[in-house]
Design a binder for this molecule. Structure first.
Ligand code: ZN
Length: 478
């Protein structure tokens, strides 16, 4: 299990691949380009992350559904903008066994075009609205750019896509913002910091009226898009003829939205919190929250193991995801190393001195500090420590994002920061698309869009020197 310690900030890609592989979170050695495997430990982490999302969506009146993976070419092509954007990266099924199919079938790149024909069947009148549903599925995109484990893959295995239909533009609009709020709560629970931007028109989701996106900054200074929410207007409902009967007897096309997250959230979680010792996981999603490690001493083995089992039993009864590592063929030191690598938030050590004093020792994974805890207080202490760790992880992560967000006023400054991959850079912008596109090309970076929260805009457009009306965000991305 010995893995050389990797420096996260020196060689992030190497760190990410090594840590996810050696902790059995993710194995990217599968022989299809852009496809990764979730072994048991990673699958549990992914499941715990998804459970947070499922709870939030279920509480907000969504229903989980499951639509087919295959979408006929005729449906995928119905919304013109949509197909134009995706057709370069769609995987097509053209044959069944030895027989050419009558119509090509796409492996879904996203599901708007699978869901709309069903909404047409399900929605009759205004009483059927709104519809709010989601599914968690694989989507497929034949990425032509360099792929990257969990971040830029050809099979996105953890696509949580939400879809809604509403009676009016305003209802859809207010749903967009309530989903932005829901995603904020989701990322807050995972202690992942974010900036929320309105994507520029030239980079919105294909078929959307507008797109709102969440970005975070990874340890290598690149921005990572971790969530999006789109107002789709009537673009899809018109293409698919999805109408509803209004109370006055007339018909109107429904207004739709869609919103998604993927395993990039897990990638961000691992990358932002992890350190040179390995994973650091927030307690609410850690597959194992507490590990109990007895530290036997000659002649006192029975007592130490007994007390360790007692601690394990108490924590388990209190509902923690806890394991006891009482292997006798491994040293305590090698056990510490292994569980630190796996990112278990709290370690309970019990040695002969603890037995004498009637205490146990708690060690935090995030900062490796130790606390002595009296027996009888164990469950309380662990509970409080888990909360403390969550708060501290969130604060540290937000501090990091703030340090990696820059506001400058000149082209030279933004060019230098972007080139050095320092993070997300905000600059004054006149709001004209041509200036944005010129910047994108000149900086060889992505324009993330404009801040959705109200901000003070001062200065002149870094490209054309006209008076600035907006703050434009840019960064290197994956
Ligand atoms: Zn300009």
């Amino acid at each position: 299990m010995a893995v050389p310690r990797n420096k996260k900030h020196e060689n992030f890609s190497e760190w990410f691949e090594q840590v996810t592989l050696h902790t059995m979170v993710y194995d990217y050695r599968f022989p299809v380009k852009g496809c990764g495997v979730w072994p048991g430990y990673g699958f549990k982490l992914r499941k715990n992350v998804l459970d947070v999302m499922r709870r939030l969506l279920d509480e907000s009146g969504h229903e989980e559904c499951l639509f087919p993976t295959l979408i006929p070419q005729s449906l995928l092509g119905k919304e013109a903008e949509h197909i134009r954007s995706f057709e370069g990266e769609v995987f097509w099924v053209t044959r069944g066994g030895f027989t050419e199919l009558g119509e090509r079938l796409a492996l879904r790149p996203t599901s708007e075009t699978a869901i709309m024909p069903m909404l047409k069947l399900w929605i009759k009148d205004y009483k059927d609205l709104p519809v709010k549903l989601y599914q968690v599925v694989s989507v497929f995109r034949c990425e032509t750019k360099a792929t990257h484990p969990m971040i830029r893959v050809r099979e996105v295995t953890t696509f949580k896509e939400g879809h809604s239909a509403h009676a009016t533009y305003e209802d859809a609009e207010s749903h967009v913002w309530s989903m932005v709020e829901l995603y904020k709560r989701f990322f807050d629970e995972l202690c992942i910091p974010y900036l929320i931007s309105r994507r520029p028109d030239w980079d919105k989701f294909a078929g959307a009226v507008y797109s709102i996106a969440f970005d975070t900054v990874m340890p290598d200074g690149r921005a990572l898009q971790i969530g999006t929410v789109h107002h789709l207007g009537q673009n899809f409902s018109k293409a698919f003829d999805v109408k509803y009967l209004k109370p006055d007897g007339s018909h109107e096309y429904v207004w739709t939205t869609s919103y998604g997250i993927s395993e990039r959230v897990v990638a961000a979680l691992i990358s932002i919190h992890g350190d040179d010792h390995g994973l650091v996981l927030p307690p609410n999603v850690a597959p194992i929250q507490v590990v109990v490690i007895p530290i036997p001493y000659k002649g006192r083995e029975a007592e130490v193991y007994g007390e360790a089992r007692r601690a394990y039993g108490e924590l388990k009864a209190a509902g923690f995801r806890v394991v006891i590592d009482d292997r006798q063929d491994a040293t305590p030191g090698s056990k510490f190393y292994e569980w630190e690598l796996k990112g278990v938030p709290i370690r309970v050590e019990i040695g002969p001195r603890d037995v004498e004093r009637g205490t146990v020792t708690l060690v935090r994974r995030d900062c490796l500090t130790r606390t002595a805890c009296p027996w009888g207080e164990l469950v309380n202490y662990v509970k409080q420590l888990a909360e403390r760790i969550t708060v501290d992880l969130r604060e540290a992560a937000w501090r990091y994002l703030k340090e990696r967000t820059f506001r400058v006023r000149s082209l030279e400054e933004v060019a230098e920061l972007v080139k050095a991959r320092r993070g997300i850079v905000e600059v004054p912008w006149c709001g004209r698309g041509e200036c944005g596109l010129t910047l994108e090309e000149g900086l060889e970076a992505k324009i993330l869009g404009t801040a959705v929260e109200p901000v003070m805009v001062e200065g002149r457009c870094v490209n054309c020197d006209r008076e600035a009306t907006k703050l434009l965000r840019t960064a290197k991305t994956y």
